[in-house]
Design a protein around this ligand. Structure first.
Ligand code: SDX
Length: 434
């Protein structure tokens, strides 16, 4: 069978290079450019990596045109409907749906890693009470590397997996403590008799003066939201974790870098930005058309947060599921609940935007962040905690991708090059001559 290659010709020198085309299981073929610089003396230029595959991966596949998303080949719609977040963690980490026994073992391992070293509580005390919880998360998760660095050999698969278990297990405790510290409430300890998402609600909202009763619908909704946020191919924060991890840095430090990257409003910080935007729209008394026009105005920094996506040029499949979930949860609340107005604005805004030529031409659809915030609000989770929720769920994706990279013996430190546009060589000019 003819080998698939592409030939690049430098039309100034006539020099050519033949490059291999690599076949994926699904998705676009890729041109292997690793010989390009050596044989033709060129770098490639792709700021923002719109057309660059930074790695090979078997974990998550998404098709932006079709609006499909699969974890290890399983469609997100089926996992959201039939699986649990902890089973999805097992699937993402280990590659296949576990047997009943395998999942029971995995669940027991995670349950018995949820506690934090007693010293960790003192890291919170260094922050002001009104510190943004994402700042606390970056600090505390990074600090875990101080507790698990010495005995950690990241080239040992078992020790890598133990780090993964620790991170998945401890993130709910760390996240909830960030909230409790922010609110001036005492820290709760994890409960081994509660399931993952139930325990998170308990860690967040239990008060020492009475028994906390988990709302099963809220726990289920949270579990589905965690599933939807678990992984998403080579997004900005995952690429950050891979790049930090490629230098063989401690996985806790690499995940802390991922949390920092996720915090940006162009990425995971968008869920917080969406609710702030909906609140501004609600309070402004201006029409939705006014805000959509502002989002289209190049001279106006305002954008419709929660809209648009680097890859999805169709509906984000996660947004569809989250919107239905928001409907279900808000239908349970009294019609005059404080969040209904925001949800109604979100639905109206989506309708106005999707009928607008500007959005249609640019394939700007709601993404995963557009509706998630309204659900978090209805759970009593404050806006400042929204991106923390995203980080909690995405930890399994980050550490699964890190583990995949570290398991590859061909892994090398990531070191992109550049198109230099600075000054030519010039000699130093003494101060009295300038
Ligand atoms: C996440 O990568 C991932 O997978 C991320 C994520 C994950 O699970 O990890 O899916 C999670 O980060 C979702 C995205 C959350 N961010 C937001 O909702 C913030 C608002 N969206 C935009 O900032 C933007 O759409 C991005 C950042 C999401 C994507 O930016 P791109 O791919 O660089 O697209 P772009 O900025 O080049 O926009 C293309 C055009 C531009 O107009 P023109 O220059 O062509 O005239 O669309 C316009 C943009 O001005 N545009 C918007 C818009 N988003 C893009 N116009 C108004 N409102 C918007 N939200």
């Amino acid at each position: 069978m003819t080998k698939h290659t592409v030939t690049l010709t430098d039309n100034l020198t006539g020099k050519q290079v033949e490059l291999d085309v690599l076949d994926p299981v699904m998705g676009p073929k890729t041109i292997d450019i690793r010989r390009l610089h050596k044989e033709l003396g060129f770098f490639t230029y792709d700021p923002g990596y719109l057309a660059t595959a930074s790695c090979s991966s078997a974990i998550t596949y998404l098709d932006g045109d079709e609006g499909t998303l699969m974890y290890r080949g399983y469609p997100i719609e089926q996992l959201a409907e039939k699986s649990t977040f902890l089973e999805v963690c097992n699937l993402l980490l280990n590659g296949d749906l576990p047997t009943k026994e395998e999942q029971e073992d995995f669940s027991s391992i995670i349950t018995h890693h949820t506690m934090l070293h007693d010293q960790v509580q003192y890291f919170y005390r260094g922050f002001r009470r009104d510190a943004h919880p994402m700042a606390t998360m970056v600090g505390v998760v990074g600090a875990l590397s101080a507790f698990y660095h010495d005995d950690l050999d990241i080239h040992d698969p078992e020790q890598r997996m133990r780090s993964a278990h620790r991170l998945i297990a401890k993130m709910p405790t760390i996240a909830a403590w960030s909230y409790r510290y922010h609110m001036g409430l005492p820290f709760n300890q994890p409960r081994n008799n509660l399931k993952y998402s139930e325990d998170f609600l308990h860690l967040m909202f239990a008060v020492p003066t009475e028994e906390y009763v988990v709302d099963p619908l809220m726990a289920k909704a949270l579990d589905v939201i965690f599933i939807l946020h678990a992984d998403h191919e080579q997004n900005a924060s995952t690429s950050t974790v891979r790049l930090a991890g490629s230098s063989e840095a401690n996985p806790f430090a690499a995940v802390a870098a991922g949390i920092a990257s996720l915090w940006g409003p162009a990425h995971g910080g968008a869920n917080e930005a969406v609710v702030n935007m909906l609140t501004s729209i609600k309070d402004s008394g201006k029409s939705l058309e006014h805000w959509v026009e502002r989002a289209k105005d190049k001279d106006d920094h305002f954008r419709l947060m929660g809209f648009g996506h680097r890859v999805y040029k169709n509906y984000d499949p996660r947004a569809k599921i989250i919107r239905e979930l928001a409907n279900e949860i808000l239908d349970r609340l009294p019609p005059n609940n404080p969040h209904q107005k925001l949800f109604d604005i979100a639905r109206e805004l989506e309708k106005v935007a999707l009928e607008d030529e500007y959005f249609k031409e640019r394939n700007l659809y709601p993404n995963v962040d557009f509706y998630s915030g309204v659900i978090f609000l209805s759970m009593g989770i404050p806006v400042s905690m929204f991106t923390v929720m995203f980080a909690l769920a995405r930890t399994v994706g980050w550490i699964s991708q890190w583990n995949e990279m570290m398991s590859d013996d061909a892994n090398r430190i990531g070191r992109p090059r550049q198109l230099y546009t600075g000054a030519m060589k010039r000699d130093y000019v003494p101060l009295d001559k300038r």
